[in-house]
Design a protein around this ligand. Structure first.
Ligand SMILES: *[C@@H]1O[C@H](CO)[C@@H](O)[C@H](O)[C@H]1NC(C)=O
Ligand SMILES: *[C@@H]1O[C@H](CO)[C@@H](O)[C@H](O)[C@H]1NC(C)=O
Ligand SMILES: *[C@@H]1O[C@H](CO)[C@@H](O)[C@H](O)[C@H]1NC(C)=O
Ligand SMILES: *[C@@H]1O[C@H](CO)[C@@H](O)[C@H](O)[C@H]1NC(C)=O
Length: 482
């Protein structure tokens, strides 16, 4: 039974089954009933994080939604540095706190000799030098973001489309509370399964902004930055002998997008089945590294991060519930729910069109040593995606990066639609080439896609530029946020 189940599941889920599910459900049961009156947002901690590079403000809390509570932490940028980067992870169900403590936040965990966290040390290339970093465990059922009712977990979103409504609600509550960010550049960053989440989010946020229901804070997304994304299942399938049957099933699922058709496609195609990991000769997340199995052994930091996230120090820093109430899982039960709905088996990238037409920029970066979400699949859907950029992108070619932050090449440099390939990086480029990803983030909050041929990018827009432009384009009579 366990093997059969594992064979059905996406890679990160293996972790869930081994380390996370039982403690989480038990924890939720024991905390049920203790919740007081609910407010849309509650702050659990306002603290300072100092690992030897000065004090950094960190604010954490919950946004309370009908489906459950979303946990977030805001790692503030240096005073006077505008811009908000919202990071959520892939999975589905993988916690976003890996990036927070592995290079993007001001402090990172370092590898101990025997699998423990040696120390929290200054991150050499933190994103917080350039923007505030809002880390959110998304969707509900991920990391600290718990279900409203553990006895009825099915009420939690189990598709990217349903979860995107939660994201929009989350962002509205956050922007209402921290209103200065409503007039600053807003960048969404995610990796891996984020390539399926993000198009759904972009679609919902863009649509709601256009509908402008009363009381809405209209804040368009300036840029979407995706690393090694899963954006289109059609381009993902690389298993030759399965191909004809799989393509037929997929074509049907994409034409007629029902749960049943998606599940049928999953049966015929699954590029993430257990055998794909067990039989692989190298680490599928980074083919420079040796074979690893089960999947949680493929990243050195999974166990150290897990013990760090469940330490008293960290729980105090974030104001998160103590471990005897709730154990932080690297992968949460959202993974199971999304899998049951076969949410992977679609062409999510198509949903990006309206946001791109509204002016949102897209940059995708891809570590070339990854064999899970490789650059070929990304190039394929980026070429097909209907947008104002398609003709120019299809006419462009890869240009080598100049010497500097890392080797690789880039397509669409100097435009608002860019693909960056990075030679010495696997599935999570942030962990392999943090200087380069920091430069990508720095450019994103300054109003342009990373362009290695532009010298020393300065902000090209004032903080209000994109929001004003959006309003002028959509509602010429008004340029103010309601
Ligand atoms: C890890 O090694 C350190 C010293 O090298 C030791 O103090 C500690 O107990 C070890 N931890 C584990 C979990 O083995
Ligand atoms: C997904 O969620 C919907 C809405 O709550 C529910 O009706 C459906 O049964 C769920 N799907 C699965 C496979 O549990
Ligand atoms: C396919 O249907 C699912 C379930 O309703 C939804 O989550 C998803 O957004 C749809 N995909 C596309 C590309 O429309
Ligand atoms: C295609 O590229 C060529 C050569 O770089 C250029 O002259 C031409 O204008 C481009 N066409 C489009 C549609 O971008």
């Amino acid at each position: 039974m366990a093997t059969r189940l594992l064979a059905l599941l996406s890679p990160f889920l293996l972790l869930l089954l081994t380390v996370a599910l039982a403690p989480q459900l038990q924890a939720l049961t024991s905390s049920a009933g203790s919740t007081g009156p609910r407010t849309p947002l509650s702050v659990t901690a306002i603290t300072q994080l100092d690992c030897g590079n000065g004090a950094h403000d960190v604010i954490s809390g919950w946004v309370h939604l009908a489906t459950g509570d979303m946990f977030w932490s805001l790692f503030k940028a240096r005073a006077g540095t505008p811009g908000l980067v919202v990071h959520f992870q892939g999975g589905p169900g993988f916690s976003a706190y890996d990036h927070a403590f592995l290079g993007a936040g001001p402090c990172q965990i370092t590898r101990g000799s025997n699998g423990t966290v040696a120390a929290l040390t200054p991150a050499p290339y933190p994103w917080t030098e350039h923007a505030s970093l809002l880390v959110v465990d998304y969707p509900v059922g991920t990391g600290f973001s718990s279900y409203e009712n553990p006895l009825r977990p099915r009420t939690a979103p189990n598709t990217s489309a349903a979860a995107a409504l939660d994201f929009d609600a989350f962002l509205q509550v956050f922007l209402a509370e921290f209103s200065s960010y409503a007039t600053q550049p807003l960048v969404l960053h995610s990796v891996s399964y984020g390539g399926t989440y993000a198009p759904h989010i972009a679609e919902v946020v863009n649509k709601r902004n256009e509908e402008r229901p009363s009381g809405r804070i209209v804040k368009p997304i300036d840029a979407i930055v995706l690393g090694n994304p899963l954006g289109d299942m059609v381009a993902q399938i690389e298993l030759a002998e399965k191909l004809p049957a799989c393509q037929d099933a997929l074509a049907i699922a994409i034409e007629d997008n029902t749960t049943e058709n998606r599940r049928n496609a999953r049966e015929k195609c699954d590029p993430f089945d257990e055998d794909g990991f067990q039989l692989a000769l190298r680490n599928r997340y980074d083919r420079r590294e040796e074979h690893c199995f089960p999947v949680f052994k493929c990243f050195w930091w999974i166990e150290p991060l897990q013990s760090f996230m469940n330490s008293g120090t960290l729980r105090r820093l974030l104001g998160a519930p103590p471990t005897d109430v709730f154990r932080w899982p690297v992968v949460g039960p959202a993974a199971l729910n999304f899998h049951a709905e076969a949410d992977h088996y679609q062409s999510a990238y198509r949903l990006l069109t309206p946001a791109l037409e509204a002016g949102t920029r897209l940059l995708v970066y891809s570590g070339k040593q990854d064999t899970i979400c490789g650059w070929r699949s990304t190039l394929s859907w980026m070429r097909r995606l209907s947008s104002p950029h398609r003709a120019a992108f299809n006419n462009a070619s890869f240009v080598p990066l100049p010497p500097g932050l890392g080797s690789g090449d880039i397509m669409g440099a100097g435009t608002d639609y860019t693909l960056l390939r990075i030679e010495d990086a696997g599935h999570i480029v942030e962990f392999d080439q943090p200087a380069l990803i920091q430069a990508v983030i720095a450019a994103a909050v300054k109003g342009r896609n990373y362009n290695p041929f532009a010298q020393d990018p300065e902000p090209i827009h004032d903080q209000w530029w994109f929001t004003k432009w959006w309003w002028a384009a959509h509602s010429p009579e008004s340029v103010l946020i309601s």
